[in-house]
Design a protein around this ligand. Structure first.
Ligand code: GLV
Ligand code: MG
Length: 312
């Protein structure tokens, strides 16, 4: 549920096709911070309706740990969205944390889902506001409107990039999403990452990178993930349990950075509380209130990921 899941890490967001009983059964054993059961593009049109019951069954009967649990419904430009929400949230809403809405183009797409969720929650005996929303940005129009999208509903917990649909939407000359996008002569994703991050953070949201399609090349995944991680993204979509393991590492602070952050906070406390000085030297670096804010954000990220400070 939304209150709970806002605080949890989302370094690895594992996608599982909702039409596959075999993949659904395996999903809880993957070491992922976040699992979403997909009713959208990994499910063939002829399986869309049947997949809903499989997703309900997986959400209500499998042994999930405390990870964030999400279902990706179909987009509003299909015939399936309202049926997905009514059937899945209506029958498995209790353990569900979020609904992911793909191909969000404008704020009203999120508002429509918010209103529908309120009715479904009320009819299912769930508290209104129980389910959070993750908005997927994967069209040029969605990116242009991302600021208003991020401010459109109190249910929003996160935004996630959809690089494959986005590449199609803007006419990028690529056939897959791999590391070469970040190495070419131009890289439109730098603009996407900056814009999504600012809009998300201005509204207190988690910001998540999308899938990496060359699934067997974990080194290339590590490289691509390190780029959005360097912007400050919280995590990335995983298509396999092995990808999730790499992402858990890439989006956690290193132990060195985590320990250094505690040391900065200790030194800053002594400087301000005992010596009444706002800016002091920490080794070769000057630290002040802003350094303490940065250190606090690394500490929070590490603690959310289960890290502990090394003994002195
Ligand atoms: C994911 O939905 C993508 O389009 O990349
Ligand atoms: Mg997509």
């Amino acid at each position: 549920m939304s209150q709970r899941s806002r605080q949890l890490p989302r370094r690895s967001c594992l996608s599982t096709p909702g039409s596959s009983d075999r993949f659904l059964a395996k999903a809880p054993s993957a070491t992922a911070d976040f699992s979403f059961l997909d009713l959208e593009d990994s499910v063939a049109p002829k399986e869309k309706v049947a997949a809903r019951a499989k997703v309900v069954n997986a959400l209500t009967t499998l042994a999930w740990d405390d990870r964030v649990l999400c279902v990706r419904v179909n987009a509003w430009d299909t015939p399936w969205t309202y049926g997905d929400v009514i059937e899945v949230v209506g029958n498995a809403g209790e353990r569900l944390d979020e609904v992911m809405l793909p191909k969000v183009r404008r704020a009203s797409d999120v508002v429509a889902l918010d209103l529908l969720l309120s009715q479904v929650e009320a009819n299912a005996g769930l508290p209104v506001g129980h389910i959070g929303i993750e908005a997927q940005i994967e069209t040029a129009e969605g990116l242009i409107n991302v600021e208003e999208i991020c401010a459109s509903s109190r249910r929003l917990e996160s935004i996630v990039f959809g690089p494959a649909d986005f590449a199609a939407s803007i006419g990028m000359p690529v056939t897959t999403i791999d590391e070469s996008i970040h190495q070419g002569p131009s890289n439109p994703f730098t603009y996407v990452f900056s814009k999504m991050l600012m809009a998300g953070r201005a509204n207190g949201l988690h910001v998540i990178d999308g899938p990496f399609l060359k699934v067997r090349d974990l080194d290339a995944l590590r490289f691509a993930a390190s780029i959005s991680a360097s912007y400050g993204f919280d995590g990335k979509w995983a298509l396999t349990p092995d990808q999730a393991l790499v992402l858990n590492e890439v989006y956690s602070p290193s132990q060195e950075l985590f320990d250094k952050s505690f040391d900065i906070l200790d030194a800053y406390k002594v400087a301000t509380d005992e010596n009444r000085i706002g800016a002091v030297m920490f080794g070769d670096e000057m630290i002040d209130e802003a350094s303490a804010k940065i250190a606090n954000s690394f500490v929070a990220r590490g603690v959310r990921s289960g890290m502990t400070r090394s003994p002195k």
